[in-house]
Write a protein that binds this ligand. Structure first.
Ligand SMILES: [Zn+2]
Length: 155
C-alpha cells in the first residue's frame, strides 16, 4: 500500500487557506518527495482560490504549472526524488470521500495523454478546532484506484 505523509508546514498552509475560503471549494496540485519506494511526503502545494465547483479541480492553469516549475527549480530538477504527486481539493460542506466526478476526473488524468502514470487525490475538510479530516486515494494507469495510508508526519 502506498504511504503518504504531509509535512507540518503544508498542513499549516492548508488550514490557513481552508479557513480563509470558508464554504468555497479550493484546490491545487501537490508536490511530493519520495522518501522510499511507495512512500511519499507532501512537501508543498499550490492553492487555487478561484476554483468554484466540483468539476474544475483538474486544473491545467498557468498558475499551477508555474508553481510546479518553481518547485522543480528549487529542488534542483531531481525528478526521481521531487515531483508532481497529485491533486488536492476541499469538500467544505460534505464528507471527504471522493465523489464519482472526482473519481472520473482522476481516471481521465492518469489515462490521458499527459504522461502521468499515477496521481494521488487528497480531499480535505477543516473541522472544529482546526482539525483536518482527509482522504487520500491513489490512481494508477490501467489499475483500480486504492486507498493510500496517511502517516503522521515526522517532520
Ligand atoms: Zn471532490
Amino acid at each position: 500500500m502506498m504511504q503518504v505523509e504531509i509535512a507540518e508546514n503544508v498542513k499549516g498552509k492548508l488550514r490557513k487557506a481552508l479557513k480563509a475560503a470558508g464554504g468555497r471549494e479550493i484546490g491545487g496540485v501537490m508536490m511530493g518527495e519520495q522518501i522510499a519506494p511507495g512512500h511519499f511526503r507532501v512537501v508543498d502545494l499550490s492553492i487555487d482560490s478561484q476554483t468554484g465547483g466540483e468539476a474544475h479541480f483538474v486544473r491545467d492553469s498557468d498558475t499551477h504549472n508555474e508553481a510546479l516549475n518553481a518547485f522543480f527549480h528549487r529542488t534542483g530538477h531531481q525528478y526521481d526524488r521531487f515531483n508532481y504527486l497529485g491533486e488536492w481539493h476541499s469538500h467544505p460542506r460534505f464528507s471527504v470521500t471522493p465523489s464519482s466526478q472526482d473519481v472520473s476526473s482522476m481516471i481521465d488524468l492518469v489515462e490521458g495523454e499527459r504522461g502521468i502514470e499515477f496521481a494521488v487525490l487528497l480531499i480535505v475538510r477543516l473541522r472544529w478546532w482546526r482539525r483536518l479530516t482527509l482522504s487520500c486515494t491513489l490512481f494508477c494507469r490501467n489499475t483500480n484506484h486504492s486507498v493510500v495510508e496517511v502517516l503522521e508526519s515526522s517532520s
